[in-house]
Design a binder for this molecule. Structure first.
Ligand code: FAD
Length: 398
């Protein structure tokens, strides 16, 4: 008897989840398969660094998976049939139909390019390594004093603008945002952020939404327009439609609703983690998208799934916000420490300390991908009908 666990998406949540499940069960009893569109791990929080030509190490997923017992399939998930427990994956050469007993859905998010007309055609986004490389070609090809606009005053937009301004001081960089960039930060952090934006000569245009992106021109909600030579779009992330299309219970933003074991509230054989999951708590119905949030769901779901397969129960998922790390080029940054519910503390780090803190956090992520743990866990045998032993329904009714 073999159980099949299928993990979709090898990002911050899915990669450690797959490895950590495999580490806790016997290979001849549980087959763990990881599906991902790309062969390399995409370190999304460093893509803005790649977009200004920084030479960063790209690690193939197979390297992280070596010796873990996880089977890897490179391909793009096309559809999920939750009734038939089957997933269709396009590998480029053919379409594979994979069956599962337990599905872990970790397909993450990407820049939402559909909400505003013209974004797809006229702006760059940073969602893939090749796109970051393409962005660097475009940035370094600009004439001195050319204008780069970055749309979006959230974390990603701020980081892109700062990186471009620091690397190419001869360019004119403008950050366009409906609200003040960093408006959610503590006063101290916001003051520091604006001080650095000014130091980097980044012009901030806020108070109006971008309604349309045209070739070389932004149309704002107040009727004004902003010309540009190169535009980046960082107006927020959206999740793939696959969860909704499969019939999973989702929120208005399309994130799959999960319970405190990260189990889909509508389909007990499906677990959802990372940006794709709507995890509710003291912060509301969904926590923020980010590795600082979703990154914690990978190891947890692994323990939940391994426990289910081997006839045990585990503690519910407990999460508390810790920090938000914003890099402002390579010499400046802000780390905003947070209360458990995501509200801001007065404590911050700035400058090189902040950069070192953020690098340590990202490098810590790499360590987790290499050694996904649990360090001292022993493998356990699959119990009879392991995949069906503890479903959300039976647990809730127990
Ligand atoms: C420029 C930038 C800077 C950022 N900085 C920060 C930061 O400082 N702090 C922070 O917390 N977050 C940051 N983020 C956000 C963070 O990267 C994401 O929230 C995080 O990667 C989400 O993890 P995940 O595992 O849910 O999804 P992902 O890491 O996106 O992984 C999902 C995986 O699924 C794959 N996939 C998607 N669809 C399919 C499909 N149909 N078939 C097969 N495979 C598929 C993708 O290729 C990917 O490998 C940043 C993002 C960007 C773009």
């Amino acid at each position: 008897m073999t159980s099949r666990v299928l993990v979709l998406g090898a990002g911050y949540a899915g990669l450690p989840a797959a490895k950590r499940i495999a580490r806790q069960v016997y290979r001849d009893e549980v087959e763990v398969t990881l599906v991902n569109g790309t062969a390399d791990f995409v370190e999304r929080p460093r893509l803005h660094q790649m977009a200004v030509g920084q030479d960063l190490t790209v690690i193939p997923l197979q390297k992280y998976l070596g010796g873990s017992g996880v089977r890897f399939l490179q391909g793009w998930v096309q559809s999920i049939d939750v009734d038939a427990h089957a997933v269709s994956v396009s590998t480029g050469a053919d379409v594979r139909h994979l069956s599962y007993d337990i599905l872990v859905y970790a397909l993450g998010s990407s820049t939402d390019v559909g909400a505003v007309p013209g974004v797809r055609e006229h702006a760059l986004t940073l969602d893939a390594i090749e796109w970051a490389a393409h962005a660097w070609d475009a940035v370094r090809g600009l004439e001195p004093r050319a204008t780069v606009v970055v749309c979006g005053g959230g974390l990603t937009g701020i980081e892109i603008a700062a990186e471009v301004a620091e690397t190419m001081p001869e360019l004119s960089v403008r950050l366009v945002s409906a609200s003040q960039p960093g408006h959610w930060l503590s006063d101290k952090a916001r003051r520091h952020l604006h001080h650095v934006l000014e130091f980097l000569s980044i012009e901030v245009t806020s108070g109006a939404r971008v309604c349309e992106v045209q070739a070389g021109n932004l149309i704002l909600s107040n009727g004004r327009s902003v010309g540009f030579d190169l535009g980046f779009w960082a107006g927020g992330f959206g999740v793939p439609a696959l969860a909704r299309e499969a019939g999973l219970a989702v929120t208005a933003t399309g994130r799959a609703r999960v319970d405190d074991r990260l189990q889909s509230v509508s389909h007990p054989d499906v677990y959802v983690i990372g940006d794709a999951a709507a995890v509710c708590g003291s912060w509301g119905d969904e926590f923020a998208m980010g590795c600082r949030t979703g990154g914690f769901t990978g190891p947890k779901v692994a323990d939940v799934v391994a426990a289910r397969l081997t006839g045990r129960e585990v503690e519910p998922f407990k999460f508390r916000y810790i920090h938000e790390c914003i890099s402002l080029g390579r010499k400046h940054g802000v780390v905003q420490f947070l209360n458990a519910d995501g509200s801001v503390k007065q404590r911050i780090l700035t400058g090189r300390k902040a950069i070192m803190y953020k690098n340590a956090t990202l490098n810590g992520g790499r360590m987790v991908f290499k050694h996904s743990g649990p360090a001292l866990a022993r493998r356990r045998h699959l119990v009879k009908d392991g995949a069906r032993t503890i479903s959300g329904t039976s647990r809730q009714s127990a």
